[in-house]
Design a protein around this ligand. Structure first.
Ligand SMILES: [Zn+2]
Length: 102
C-alpha cells in the first residue's frame, strides 16, 4: 500500500503508475489524481503550447519515426477516423473545397 501525496488516500500499488525515478518504483500521485490533472484546462493548454513549439514538433517527429511511436500514432488515427467528429470534419472540409473551386 502507498499513500497518494495528492489526495492522501492509501491505495494499493496497482493504483499508481510505475515510475523509475521513485525509490519504491511508483509515482507519488495515484492514477486517479494523475488523470484528473491531465484533464484540467491548464494542462491541456500547456500541452497545446508545447506541441506548437519548435521543441515539441521536433520531439513528435522523432516519436513518429520510432517503431513504437508509428504503431501508436497509426492506431490513434484509425480510432479517430471511426469517430463522429472525423466524419463531420470530412464533410465540412469537402464543402470548403467545393466552395473554393467555384
Ligand atoms: Zn490520489
Amino acid at each position: 500500500m502507498k499513500i497518494c501525496s495528492k489526495c492522501n488516500i492509501e491505495k494499493a500499488f496497482n493504483a499508481f503508475y510505475k515510475c523509475r525515478t521513485h525509490s519504491d518504483g511508483y509515482g507519488s500521485w495515484c492514477k486517479e489524481c494523475n488523470h484528473k490533472r491531465n484533464q484540467s484546462e491548464h494542462t491541456k493548454e500547456r500541452n497545446r503550447n508545447y506541441n506548437r513549439s519548435p521543441k515539441g514538433s521536433q520531439v513528435r517527429k522523432k516519436y513518429a519515426k520510432s517503431k513504437k511511436g508509428s504503431i501508436i500514432i497509426k492506431k490513434a488515427l484509425e480510432r479517430y477516423r471511426s469517430t463522429e467528429k472525423y466524419t463531420e470534419y470530412r464533410r465540412s472540409y469537402r464543402q470548403l473545397v467545393r466552395v473554393k473551386k467555384q
